[in-house]
Ligand binder design. Structure first.
Ligand SMILES: CC(C)(COP(=O)(O)OP(=O)(O)OC[C@H]1O[C@@H](n2cnc3c(N)ncnc32)[C@H](O)[C@@H]1OP(=O)(O)O)[C@@H](O)C(=O)NCCC(=O)NCCS
Length: 198
């Protein structure tokens, strides 16, 4: 019961904090597709964890129809995540999303097709995944990182940086355009990408 209350409290607070268009709790409860999808996911995830996998998938598909947001019942999502608009958002089975993460429409937290087991991203606290960004593979997006609109992210993103483009590259570190730091981080990212694909 307490957990149920915590979910609503944190989910509504996340919307009020991040959506300048929101105009009160009643409107949020009645109209936010992200809130509906996250609440529905709690039910699907419960069914999934209790080995009612077909029922869990059917429940998730039903809510996909109403919200245009597809969340696999296996995904682990903390309370206090913010989903804005949401249409076309896809979250894969082994994705992990920590509290304070912001997700917009058209985002994919998906697999590359090369991995087995853990094959979807982990998004750490307060990271922003902008509209239509594609984050692919069992990679990590660090706490407070920002992924720009339309980016394609195929290697892990350090905390508190901004990445943009295809493939996504670091363009800001702690909010600053520090070229030396950016080049060092990019070299590390490239090395870890290649060692993961040997
Ligand atoms: C990436 C983003 C979050 C800004 O992060 P930031 O740390 O403040 O970065 P800045 O705005 O300082 O931009 C950093 C650089 O990346 C470039 N950039 C920003 N967003 C970009 C994008 N989506 N694609 C390509 N380049 C981008 C900027 O032009 C700038 O380039 P420069 O280094 O040549 O000056 C923002 O640009 C973005 O994409 N927001 C979308 C949010 C969203 O999804 N909104 C939907 C609401 S419905």
């Amino acid at each position: 019961m307490t957990r149920q209350k915590d979910f609503w409290k944190l989910a509504i607070a996340a919307i009020q904090e991040n959506d300048p268009a929101s105009r009160g709790v009643l409107e949020i409860l009645l109209t936010s597709p992200g809130l509906k999808a996250l609440q529905a996911h709690r039910v699907s995830h419960f069914l999934w964890q209790h080995h009612l996998k077909l029922l869990a998938r059917m429940h998730a598909q039903l809510w996909r129809f109403f919200t245009q947001i597809e969340i696999h019942p296996g995904a682990e999502i903390a309370y206090g995540v913010f989903i804005d608009h949401g249409a076309g958002l896809v979250i894969g089975e082994t994705a992990v999303i920590e509290k304070g993460v912001k997700l917009y429409h058209g985002v994919t937290l998906g697999g590359t097709g090369h991995e087995k087991g853990k094959r979807h991203p982990t998004i750490h606290e307060n990271a922003l995944i902008s509209t239509h960004a594609q984050v692919l593979g069992p990679i990590e997006v660090g706490a407070n990182a920002k992924v720009g609109a339309g980016a394609v992210v195929i290697s892990s993103v350090p905390p508190d940086v901004t990445v943009v483009g295809v493939p996504a590259r670091v363009v800001r570190v702690h909010g600053k355009k520090d070229i030396t730091e950016i080049m060092t981080l990019e070299e590390r990212r490239e090395a870890s990408y290649h060692s993961a694909h040997l």
